[in-house]
Design a protein around this ligand. Sequence first.
Ligand code: SF4
Length: 301
Amino acid sequence: MEIIKVSPRGYCRGVIQAIQIAKQTIQDYPDIPVYMLGMIVHNQYIVQEFKKAGVICLEDNHCSRLELLDQIDHGVVIFTAHGVSDAVYKKAEDKGLIIVDATCRDVKTTHDIVREHCKSHDVIYIGKHNHPEAEGVVGLSNRVYLVSSLEEASSLPALDHPLITCQTTLSMMDTEKLIRHCLSLYPDAILMNEICNATTIRQKAVLELKNVDVLIVVGDPHSNNSNQLKKCGVDAGIPRSYLIEHALELKPEMLKKTDRIAVTSGSSTPSVLTEQVISVLNQYAETGQFILPDALPSSMF
Ligand code: SF4
């Protein structure tokens, strides 16, 4: 069995930066509570590391970032890589919190573009409902219309010279279809495709795979870019594509009748988790023995 380590894979610069900022914050403020407004990046093992280090991580799928802020009275609040709306920023300031902003530069760029266009016109934002990045952009203005499907695009009201833009971690192929549909509905629209470079090059690397029987994506089920990599495997015609969180989720039946297996990982997946998966596969390829590790790596950093 041949193992193809897809490149690039794993951490993007936005995730590396967010983790560094959060680590530095713990050192800078040892004597006051440090809160994280949501998952710093979409990987539960990274979040657990920060919890072990004393950070209070506020997570509730049913609460907006604005609502989560109600749980903080004093101390430091870290905004995650996905960004927040201006209203969240202002509420944190009004509460007198120390703000540490770990928003990715690429997300900030989208915010700037949307803010500017909303001064005079409408914005169609292609993104996922209930995703923090989409929440942050939609919260910038009531002129932003979130669209996640062709049907939703078709039921938009008449819009004034809209800008069409999107979430940074979407599927390139699906977004292209939605963009074409929106352009057919609003021929005078301006297009700014904001799928980030890290997402694009990771998806392209999967879409270009040839003669592969199995794709393993290592990533958290909450991670949109990890889910999209699995979908790229399906779009590339790979017969079997799996998203697993770590090596302990590998199963012998995943590897049956497999000559070539490709491994990639989401941009928020710690490399130690991916390396452990590759190590199990290497051993299987060399000895035919399927042996799982006793435990996950002791540290994700
Ligand atoms: S996936 Fe793209 S937008 Fe998201 S944190 Fe990484 S570089 Fe930034």
